[in-house]
Design a protein around this ligand. Structure first.
Ligand SMILES: NC(=O)c1ccc[n+]([C@@H]2O[C@H](COP(=O)([O-])OP(=O)(O)OC[C@H]3O[C@@H](n4cnc5c(N)ncnc54)[C@H](O)[C@@H]3O)[C@@H](O)[C@H]2O)c1
Ligand SMILES: [Zn+2]
Length: 1326
């Protein structure tokens, strides 16, 4: 195909249109240059990467076009020279500049030369500088090929080179004659370089133009795809408007917008005196970071983090609203850029390097923009606008405070006057209020709105639908909604809803109201991100379709994207049936839009038995009433909604998030002052709204509550009363707040009981972290005594004056509620309390620290604790932490009860287990139906869910009594939801039973269940169900099998091979679980030596292909759990990672697994302090059915016993390592270690010394000989570490640890390979 004439867009700079943009524009740019800038010699300078990709094409085009132009004008053919330099910043040097100049001179280049700089910013800066000084300046043309060069470095005429001391100190202003931006060249750019450039694009929109920013916000996916997954249906795609994809057009539009801003600024401030400084937004702090981490992070990546930090400074100063900070953050993240130094992305590149606040301030001190020592930073005052037309003066204190990762909260000054504070709004109410006010008539001022992803998406979508116009007042505190009374139009592009679930559900019905436009065939399209495209919407779509609307699934059935056909009748009305056992959001969606039904009033009939989340439906109805529409509730879950339009109240106060409201109220309680929360009161439907009355009042506070406000006055400091027992079932999230108050309670009579017992909060073990464990741990650091029980926590009150703030601060476990609760306590703790990871409050209250100071009168300062230490923190993170042992070891013939999520494969795996073990199979559900002569759905319809669950528990108990041994029983997924069932499992385990939890990754389960349309869908997301049940499953099982079917989509059907593999692994696992121990592990004397290979990888996944080669010659594989690290790409916890490693190992090798968690003092990496974590992991290893488990005999005996109480059929290796080499083999001390090891009745003893002399090896061999003779059946591994000790490795005969040439590191100093040992043995005649 011949090259089409490309479509060109132009931007003018310094008064002329010299910037041209398009796709595939080589021919165009050459024709333009050769025609307008005649020269005898043209030189293109580029780098090696671009040479490979583009130079041939450029040369061919040059020769074609130069002939064309010369023959047309009758002039001589010009020559083309090319010069290629190595890529990278190092080339921007004096040396390379000189090299290029020498080449030009050697080629006889004169003033009559034009230079093309084809490349990224490096080429542009360097070649531009060459052109500026060669022959006192020759013309040059920029062909920027990176996004950064296109929008930034090629524009403005700044050219420069680096010196060893600094970046860009030598250069000149030299304007290019032309800048040709060929966007198709971005398609070959590495992803990271493209994303890097996006930082500048976002920056420009953020300071300049809200509309451009909105394009970026909504277009992230399309823009990334345009570059990273380009469509190539035709040659030269995008060159002409006909062949240009919408994504390409959008890309062009955003790049051009950025180019235009930079050009405008350059034009008005060419030599950088004022306005040009604005382009440095994000660059003050960005450069400071860059100064410390170059070249590990790229410029744009540092600027991205810098933008957020500088926006946070603006927010802290009160210039910028949280809405804007939130939008900026989300937008930056949407393109794959980091927003903090703690991002996994950043850690990936800079490793453990820590940039301290002092270091950053040091670099900031020399920032070009400063005036003297005064720091100057660009302050945003909104999206698309800045506070001043130049950078603003900012004090060091403020910068430090924002940069610090931790904060110190000091005691609050006493006797502060009453304060009023509106916590962030409730998310459910915010979303409803937005829809109501938009559909309503007139203007409504919404205050207290939550600023979140969801509400942002909702706002943007309602704007695009023309449902209303919005403006912010009071620095983002008030949203003014001018409602259009239900009138809307089809948006000119699709509604992109990200992953905002509520918005998707509500807007589906809203879109049905939209009438046809004058353009025939135009439709409304609702879409979202990949995750959104899996979330269900079918019941709502079905109900609307049945009512005469037309909604089409554009990709997968039952999910977004949806195409909504407009009808002039909008929503028809009449009776609408809706399955309401799934999600109350469907119900609310129809309720909210129902008044706008055109033909007749809506009667909404909720079908499907139990209605889920009635309080949310009540909330919708109550709010509709506030907007003038009264819903009539009829019997049988039926609602009648009158036709009409909402009438907007002048003001609407969005109710606070009730859990958040507990913090300011608790501060009043603990400091003996008064605080009013004006946006939550007795009328609230949120459970946590009961906190003031049910917790604070009995503790001695005065609580005054109206329907919509709450005022709390605390008693004098130090006189809060303990609560002997408080059930917080209805407000579980508030237990953390209650716990810190209980920590400072005092009994009303001296010497009285000072204990608060909080129950009903077991679910808090499986929240962001194990919150009960976290509170116990952190309160303990202050000297507060606590304990836990099944269902809650017990807190002993403590005298305030003697509370001690922890030296290294409160650890927040990345949990916002932990952070905010301890900041409440900190208001009275003497001396100032450090709260680490202060950023975690962003999940629900991003401005908490600002509000604490500016609105609540608290005092906070910054602190830099240095790099966070590398600790696993296993104990609190994991919900399985220190579960008390459930009793005796499992009996090998015990009936195996299989539990787990639906979709994990319980039935298939259960049947398989039954078959392999030759046992009968039972299924609780089938037994239920058989025994009661009904189907489960019928039973539920008739008696409800609670009755079903109780009955299910009974069936379980019956089955276990009937078949205590030699059976396999599979249970329904929800069985653990019932306390009596959980009890039955625990009792069964205590009797020696086997409860096996089948685990499959939630992603896989979702994929599998979504495919299977015959199963009814869950009312809540699978993830939520898992989050709730995970802890219960763990609590109820004593074995766990992880189905590691990486690519396993369907259980039965197409993945037969995968499935066969899973089955054979399961069979092996079952052998460990039910197997009988071998009587002797050792072969007869003189048999060949055996080896185990130590795997020292942080993650074995990448080495699985080499595993067969690695383990060749070994008899056992050791998994060094202490060396594992959760990889970047893995979303689960550390425990999940370990579980996966075990199952992957089992899947890829038949060799038995030796599972080891080696402590630091024993030569490993596991922190010695973290005994709890180690014990948990060891117990997990037993649950995962490993063949061998290593236990360090140095652990406290109680902990060893706890592990051993579960040993089942796993072989135990009792180990001891003398890393310092302080114990001789022939000493009593070594004998004592042997005895100690023996005392735990292990299956193998492993004693490791450190050789100081060669002789130690013989002493070691003698030790072995002595004990082997005595304890024939107890195999002993005995050898020496260190180079001197290698002989002992050769002499040891049983399970010698070995390494392999392919291993990254040896597991121990002096380790040999199996091959080396075998050769050595041969050499010495063994
Ligand atoms: N003059 C200014 O106003 C200004 C402004 C900002 C930055 N800069 C300078 O820009 C430089 C950084 O520029 P950069 O980020 O473009 O880096 P770069 O020039 O080093 O290019 C990045 C990498 O991408 C490769 N590459 C470029 N285009 C490609 C393409 N189309 N396909 C495949 N690979 C491609 C390059 O070979 C290089 O390896 C710095 O030296 C900085 O000082 C100058
Ligand atoms: Zn920059």
């Amino acid at each position: 195909m011949s090259h089409p004439n490309p479509h060109i867009d132009k931007v003018s700079i310094l008064g002329s249109e010299t910037i041209a943009l398009g796709f595939h524009i080589f021919d165009y740019l050459l024709r333009d240059t050769l025609t307008h800038f005649k020269a005898s010699t043209y030189v293109v300078v580029t780098d090696v990467n671009l040479q490979k990709l583009y130079l041939d094409r450029f040369q061919t085009a040059f020769h074609k076009i130069s002939e064309e132009v010369s023959s047309a004008s009758g002039s001589a053919l010009p020559r083309l020279l090319t010069y290629v330099i190595p890529p990278g910043e190092e080339s921007k040097s004096r040396a390379v500049k000189a090299e290029i100049e020498d080449y030009f001179l050697a080629q006889g280049c004169t003033r009559d030369t034009l230079v093309f700089a084809m490349g990224g910013g490096v080429i542009g800066d360097l070649v531009g500088f060459v052109a500026a000084t060669f022959m006192r300046g020759v013309p040059f043309v920029q062909i920027p090929t990176t996004l950064l060069a296109m929008v930034d470095s090629s524009i403005g005429g700044k050219t420069a080179i680096d010196t060893p001391q600094a970046k860009n100190p030598i250069g000149a202003f030299w304007q290019p004659k032309r800048i040709f931006i060929d966007l198709s060249m971005l398609e070959t750019l590495p992803e990271r370089e493209f994303v890097n450039g996006m930082a500048e694009v976002i920056k420009t929109a953020a300071i300049w133009n809200q509309d451009d920013f909105v394009l970026l916000e909504n277009g992230a996916e399309a823009i990334r795809d345009a570059v990273l997954k380009p469509v190539r249906n035709v040659e030269f795609q995008g060159a002409t408007l006909d062949s240009r994809t919408p994504a390409q057009q959008l890309l062009l539009q955003v790049v051009m917008a950025s180019v235009a801003v930079k050009s405008y600024v350059v034009t008005h401030d060419e030599r950088e005196t004022g306005m040009r400084g604005l382009l440095n937004f994000g660059h003050s702090i960005g450069h400071a970071i860059e100064g410390l981490v170059t070249p590990k992070l790229l410029h744009g990546e540092c600027v991205a983090i810098g933008m957020i930090k500088e926006a946070e400074i603006a927010r802290h100063c009160g210039f910028l609203s949280q809405v804007a900070v939130g939008r900026l953050t989300r937008c930056i993240q949407a393109y794959g850029l980091p927003v903090t130094m703690e991002d996994k992305f950043v850690k990936n590149y800079i490793g453990n390097q820590y940039c301290s606040v002092d270091q950053l301030m040091q670099v900031l001190r020399v920032d070009k923009k400063n005036m003297g020592s005064q720091k100057r930073i660009v302050m945003l005052s909104g999206i698309g606008q800045t506070l001043e037309q130049k950078p603003s003066n900012i004090s060091d204190d403020i910068i430090r405070k924002v940069l610090a990762a931790a904060t110190v909260v000091h005691p609050r000054p006493i006797n502060l006057p009453p304060v009023t504070l509106s916590p962030p709004g409730s998310k459910s109410i915010s979303n409803r209020a937005l829809v109501l006010a938009a559909l309503g008539q007139g203007t409504c001022r919404l205050t207290g709105l939550l600023h979140s992803d969801d509400t942002q998406v909702m706002l943007t979508a309602l704007t695009k639908l023309g449902a209303a116009t919005f403006e912010w007042e009071n620095n983002g505190d008030t949203l003014v909604v001018h409602g259009n009374g239900g009138k809307m139009q089809i948006p000119d592009s699709e509604l992109y809803l990200g992953n905002a679930g509520t918005a998707a559900r509500f807007l589906t019905t809203v879109s049905v109201l939209v009438p046809p436009s004058s353009i025939p065939g135009q439709k409304t399209i609702l879409t979202g991100n990949a995750r959104m495209k899996q979330r269900p919407i079918a019941p709502l779509v079905e109900a609307l379709t049945a009512n005469g609307s037309e909604l089409k699934y554009m990709e997968s059935k039952g999910c977004l994207p949806l195409e909504v056909t407009p009808f002039s009748h909008g929503l028809a009305g009449g009776e609408i049936q809706l399955a309401a056992s799934i999600s109350s959001q469907y119900v609310s969606s129809i309720l909210l839009c129902a008044p706008y039904a055109t033909k007749e009033p809506v009667t909404l009939v909720l079908t499907g038995g139990q209605v889920i989340s009635q309080p949310y439906i009540d909330m919708t109805i109550a709010m509709m009433k506030s907007f003038g529409v009264e819903v009539e509730a009829l019997p049988n879950n039926t609602y009648r909604i009158p036709q009409g339009s909402y009438v907007n109240p002048a003001e609407y106060l969005v109710e606070a998030d009730a859990s958040s409201a507990t913090y300011p109220l608790a501060i009043a309680a603990i400091t003996g002052t008064t605080c009013t929360v004006p946006n939550i009161g007795s009328a609230s439907l949120q459970g946590d709204a009961g906190f003031a009355v049910n917790v604070l009042r009995p503790m001695g506070c005065t609580v005054v509550q109206t329907a919509t406000s709450t005022t709390v006055t605390g008693p004098a400091i130090g006189t809060l009363r303990p609560l002997p027992h408080i059930d917080m079932t209805t407000m579980t999230d508030a237990f953390l707040t209650a716990s810190v108050l209980a920590a400072v309670s005092q009994p009303s009579t001296p010497g009285g009981e000072n204990v608060t017992k909080i129950s009903g909060i077991a679910n808090q073990r499986v929240k962001e972290c194990n919150r009960i464990a976290a509170m116990m741990h952190e309160l303990g650091k202050f000297g507060v005594t606590t304990s836990e029980f099944d269902d809650g926590i017990i807190v002993h009150g403590h005298d305030i004056a003697s509370l001690t703030p922890p030296k290294d601060g409160v650890k927040c476990y990345d949990d916002h509620r932990v952070a905010m609760s301890f900041s409440v306590l900190a208001n009275v703790v003497p001396g100032g309390t450090i709260i680490r990871e202060k950023k975690c409050v962003e999940k629900t209250w991003p401005m908490w620290w600002d509000d604490l100071e500016s609105k609540l009168g608290g005092r906070a300062t910054d602190v830099d604790l240095g790099a966070p230490s590398e600790h696993h923190d296993y104990e609190v993170k994991s919900s399985s932490s220190r579960r008390p042992s459930l009793g005796c070891c499992a009996k090998s013939n015990a009936t195996i009860v299989v539990i787990g999520m639906r979709g994990a494969g319980k039935t298939s795996m259960g049947r398989f287990a039954a078959k392999t073990l030759g046992r009968p199979f039972e299924d609780v559900d089938q037994y239920f139906e058989k025994t009661l002569g009904t189907t489960i759905p019928d039973f539920i319809k008739e008696h409800g869910w609670p009755a079903f669950r109780e009955q299910e528990a009974k069936m379980l108990v019956e089955l276990l009594e009937k078949y205590p041994t030699s059976h396999v029983i599979s249970c329904g997924g929800g069985i653990v939801e019932t306390a009596s069932s959980r009890d039955a499992f625990k009792k069964y385990i205590a009797r020696g039973g086997i409860v096996l939890h089948l685990v499959r990754s939630i992603d896989e389960i979702e994929a599998y269940l979504n495919k299977d349309t015959t199963r009814p869908m869950y009312g809540e997301s699978m993830r939520d169900v898992w989050a709730r049940r995970e802890g219960w499953y763990r609590e109820c099982c004593n074995f766990e099998f992880v189905v590691a079917g990486q690519h396993l989509k369907g259980i039965e059907a197409e993945d037969a091979k995968e499935w066969a593999l899973v089955e054979s692994n399961f069979a092996r696992y079952l052998r460990v679980v039910t197997g009988t121990k071998k009587s002797s592990l050792k072969g007869p004397a003189g048999s060949k030596p055996t080896f185990f290979l130590s795997l020292t990888f942080p993650d074995i996944t990448p080495v699985l292909p080499q595993l067969p080669e690695l383990v060749a010659g070994s008899d056992v594989i050791e998994l060094r759990v202490d060396l594992l690290k959760v990889p970047e790409s893995f979303s689960g916890s550390f425990r999940d990672h370990v579980a996966q490693q075990v199952s992957l190992l089992r899947r890829h090798s038949d060799l038995p697994i030796l599972y080891t968690v080696r402590s630091i003092s024993q030569g490993g990496q596991w922190p010695d302090k973290d005994i709890n974590g180690m014990v948990s992991l060891l117990k997990d290893g037993l649950e995962w059915g490993v063949e061998y488990l290593d236990i360090e005999i140095g652990l406290p005996r109680a902990d060893i016993d706890e592990v051993l109480s579960r040993r089942g059929q796993t072989l135990i290796v009792a180990s001891f390592h003398d890393c310092k080499g302080s114990i001789r083999w022939n000493s009593d001390a070594m004998e004592a270690q042997y005895k100690l090891a023996q005392s735990i009745s292990p299956d193998v003893v492993k004693l490791i010394g450190t050789a100081k002399t060669f002789k130690d090896n013989f002493e070691c061999a003698e030790f072995t000989a002595r004990h082997s003779a005595k304890d024939e059946d107890l195999p002993l591994i005995a050898l020496n570490m260190g180079a001197q000790g290698q002989l002992s490795r050769v002499l040891n005969n049983f399970l010698t640890p070995v390494t392999h040439e392919l291993m990254p590191v040896k597991a121990a100093p002096g380790q040999l390979t199996a091959n080396e040992i075998l050769i050595a043995r041969q050499t010495i005649g063994l």
